[in-house]
Design a protein around this ligand. Structure first.
Ligand SMILES: [Zn+2]
Ligand SMILES: [Zn+2]
Length: 189
């Protein structure tokens, strides 16, 4: 008797376990893994410390995504490093405007591939030339004032990635249905 119950319930129980496992993984992947607040990428290129006045830290995968945070926060501070020589670069944004760049000679290089991994930060003319020499074709360097104008353009608001709970809820729901079916099949015999 007991064996028969198991025979009919087991497939549904297994499906339920797999579904809850997938839902758990999706939750971890969506909310626990640090992701770029702009493009959603989980790979972070280079050192970067970004803080808003409320003391919160923010994640951006590349220097361009870091500037694009202006689409979400009017005031924040970026501490990063030159990708050529490692010199510290500090960028302060206030009310969606560039307030301070240290050193003022810093450049943002936007990679010609459109991939975040090819976006770089240069501290000076010399480092900019060095990075451009290694950059993919079509890469362009912008002084920080201009880089900021590009990032703050309203059209780029559409680039912002938002985590979606829908796949998590859907798989957890299927898990619940399978679990209910497992009970039903068990009771029927
Ligand atoms: Zn990004
Ligand atoms: Zn440098």
């Amino acid at each position: 008797m007991a064996l028969k119950i198991w025979k009919h319930s087991l497939p549904f129980l297994l499906v339920a376990v797999v579904m809850f496992g997938v839902a758990g993984y999706l939750y971890y992947d969506t909310y626990i893994v640090p992701r770029c607040e702009i493009c959603g990428m989980s790979t972070i290129y280079g050192y970067r410390e970004i803080t808003t006045p409320d003391g919160r830290h923010h994640v951006a995968c590349c220097p361009f995504c870091a500037l694009l945070l202006v689409q979400k926060y009017p005031t924040f501070k970026i501490e990063t490093k030159c990708d050529a020589c490692g010199r510290k670069v500090v960028i302060e944004i206030e009310n969606r405007q560039l307030k301070r760049v240290d050193p003022p000679t810093a450049y943002l290089i936007i990679g010609g591939t459109g991939l975040c991994k090819d976006n770089k930060m240069a501290c000076c003319e010399e480092c900019k030339e060095k990075l451009l020499a290694q950059a993919p074709p079509g890469s362009v360097a912008f002084p920080m004032e201009e880089a900021m104008r590009i990032a703050a353009h309203p059209v780029r608001k559409a680039w912002i990635w938002t985590p979606s709970p829908v796949p998590i809820i859907a798989t957890a729901f299927l898990g619940g249905v399978s679990l209910a079916l497992a009970f039903l099949m068990g009771r029927k015999r």
